[in-house]
Design a binder for this molecule. Structure first.
Ligand code: TXA
Ligand code: MG
Length: 312
């Protein structure tokens, strides 16, 4: 039986979640990256509701989530060698591949495109829901458009409240930032969004360099301003200068804090969205952030921070 957190019913029962999805409902699901807002990809009305609830433009494509690596072949018109290598190396895990979409994939889910992003999340509870449903779900992050992604059931309830039919409680997300997105329809493949799998690990699995990310925004939704809390964010790579900036701002009467945690890149990613939410909760005018240096997850954290700093 489900309980309620805020105005949203919460469960830990995969059968209940699968039943709500099968009936055309929308369910917040846990993954190893962030919570997703899921709908049965074959039900147009359910998919449309995802766009409405998120306030997301209808041409922003969604990621299909599948239970197993083999399921990629059901939703892809063709699986390039590069995509096959990547899913064998990293699925289940925080990596989405873009491939040409099978005719059976709703163009509502792909934002009208003939390509589709697919991933197999590394979360047993969610994979058991997908197996029970027997179909892929679409699942964007379970936040309102442009806002900070949720990493706990409470975050989902805060942001979406009664607009979701059910929250599947799988605890706190292990990684904390979204999947890496690799476009495998081009050669060499291109990294469209840095995320849970590092560019270095992707290149190693491909035995090939990724194409430079350049040109027009290839992944719609990767807008500059995104992942944004309501308080202003200022990035300062130099810790001394960041401290000086905080002192000056405080001296002029503003509510300012410094975010410069001396933690590993894993902890940075794990807590990033929670820290941004908490800064909002304290009603700050400004949060001065010293981003983590280095590759891997640190690159994903810097990407999200620079989008958050771009404001809304
Ligand atoms: O970790 C994740 O990937 C999370 C969890 C819930 O799985 N999901 C997620 O979904 O981050 P969302 O909707 O917040 O971000 C999806 C991104 C968007 O930037 C979108 O433009 C891009 O994927 N995308 C999806 N399909 C695409 C396609 N066919 N071509 C280019 N970009 C695509
Ligand atoms: Mg998102």
């Amino acid at each position: 039986m489900s309980e309620k957190v805020g105005s949203a019913p919460v469960t830990t029962d995969p059968d209940e979640a699968a039943a709500v999805l099968a009936a055309g409902g929308i369910v917040a699901i846990p993954t190893e990256t962030v919570y997703g807002l899921a709908a049965d990809a074959t039900q147009p009305m359910a998919v449309e509701r995802i766009f409405t609830v998120k306030g997301r433009p209808s041409d922003h494509p969604l990621i299909l989530h599948v239970a197993d690596t083999v399921d990629l072949h059901d939703v892809a018109a063709r699986v390039p060698d590069t995509a096959q290598r990547l899913v064998e190396a990293f699925w289940p895990g925080p990596l989405s591949v873009i491939v040409s979409a099978a005719d059976s994939v709703s163009r509502l889910a792909t934002g009208g495109r003939d390509t589709v992003a697919v991933r197999c999340p590394d979360h047993d509870l969610t994979r058991s829901v997908l197996r029970r449903l027997g179909r892929a779900v679409v699942a964007p992050s379970a936040n309102r458009f442009g806002r900070v992604s949720p990493t706990t059931p409470a975050h989902v309830a805060e942001d979406l409240g009664g607009d979701v039919d059910l929250i599947l409680d799988g605890g706190r997300c292990r990684i904390g930032v979204e999947s890496s997105i690799v476009d495998c329809t081009v050669d060499p493949p291109q990294l469209l969004r840095p995320g849970g799998v590092s560019a270095e690990a992707i290149e190693k699995a491909l035995a090939q360099r990724l194409a430079d990310a350049q040109g027009p925004v290839r992944a719609p939704g990767m807008l500059e301003s995104h992942y944004a809390p309501s308080c202003r964010i200022l990035l300062e790579a130099d810790a001394m200068r960041a401290r000086r900036r905080v002192r000056d701002e405080v001296a002029s009467g503003r509510r300012v804090e410094l975010l410069d945690p001396q933690v590993t890149e894993e902890m940075w990613a794990h807590h990033l969205y929670e820290w941004l939410r908490e800064a909002d909760g304290r009603d700050l005018d400004l949060l001065v952030v010293v981003p983590p240096p280095g590759e891997g997850l640190a690159a994903a954290v810097r990407d999200r921070l620079s989008r958050a700093a771009a404001g809304r």
